[in-house]
Design a protein. Structure first.
Length: 72
């Protein structure tokens, strides 16, 4: 999709491929986008996804962002 991530996301969501759309962003380390898709689709594993994102932030030494996520 030549870095047209939002277009790829729209196509995946349109075809009810929510997991694939979420994984697209996770592979790019765009967790906020993946979580936004999960929230919109009321994904059953949303809580786990947020926990994984928080842990990834801690593991990658992004404490400020982790604090921001935890606060929200």
């Amino acid at each position: 999709m030549d870095k047209q991530f939002h277009r790829a996301e729209a196509l995946l969501v349109e075809h009810n491929e929510i997991e694939e759309a979420m994984e697209l962003y996770q592979e790019l380390h765009k967790w906020d986008e993946s979580i936004k898709i999960a929230e919109t689709g009321r994904h059953p594993d949303l809580k786990d996804l947020k926990a994984n994102y928080f842990q990834w932030l801690i593991d990658s030494n992004q404490e400020a962002k982790a604090a921001e996520v935890k606060e929200n």
